[in-house]
Design a protein around this ligand. Sequence first.
Ligand SMILES: Nc1ncnc2c1ncn2[C@@H]1O[C@H](COP(=O)(O)OP(=O)(O)O)[C@@H](O)[C@H]1O
Ligand SMILES: [Mg+2]
Length: 226
Amino acid sequence: MLISIFSPKGGVGKTTLALGFAEVISQNQSVCIIEFDFSPGDFSAILDLDITKNVLMATKYNFADNVQRPQDAKYDVIVGGFPDAHERIPRDEFDRMVRRVEEKYDVVLVDIQPGFIERAIDVLNRSDAVLLIAEDDYRVAARINGFLDWIMVNNINQAKNFFFVVNRKKGKEIQFLDKMQNRLPFFYEVPFIKDLKGHKDNRLEKHIKTMYEKIQQAVQVTAIEI
Ligand SMILES: Nc1ncnc2c1ncn2[C@@H]1O[C@H](COP(=O)(O)OP(=O)(O)O)[C@@H](O)[C@H]1O
Ligand SMILES: [Mg+2]
């Protein structure tokens, strides 16, 4: 299963949720998480990994030589790399590399950086689930709206297996995401967790477990429909 974590806006909690999913899923299944973020990405710093073994290297050479396992983790990681790296990654070869990773692991997670998606289109298209992460903020709502416009116009994925996740939700009511012209139903709402202790925080884990169960169910239903 291929799960992409994406948002057209940065700072909404993509990486935190993506790593949280890796923690939770790797308790029962084999997991590899790929960082497709060169802005630069945070994986190497957060997980204390070697940034020279990165997506570019994994794409150009053998991916298995560029997979790393963080200390105390049960999942493997391919880190993003330097800001100029994505321009040097051929789209087809990147896609091929992801397919190889998919063959080896039960679940592949891809943390996709905002703004730049050309090379990630194939991954979004092929994903069994795309978690579209948003925050209830007018700037984020505007970006999501524009992104969904772009998706519809370009016929990408047709937003079929997009799961709209509201993260860092404060208060009871949704204010801005509710008023978007292009709307997806809310799939899950993760509350704002005070003094969050990173992706391993127990309070976050609980939500991620529930979300993963819901994703598995939804993906099964879609598979039967097809
Ligand atoms: N549910 C949450 N509650 C509180 N803080 C959160 C939550 N999710 C993420 N954060 C915090 O938000 C900040 C941005 O998260 P990050 O995962 O780096 O975003 P992105 O990858 O989208 O840029 C981090 O400081 C992270 O700890
Ligand atoms: Mg990030």
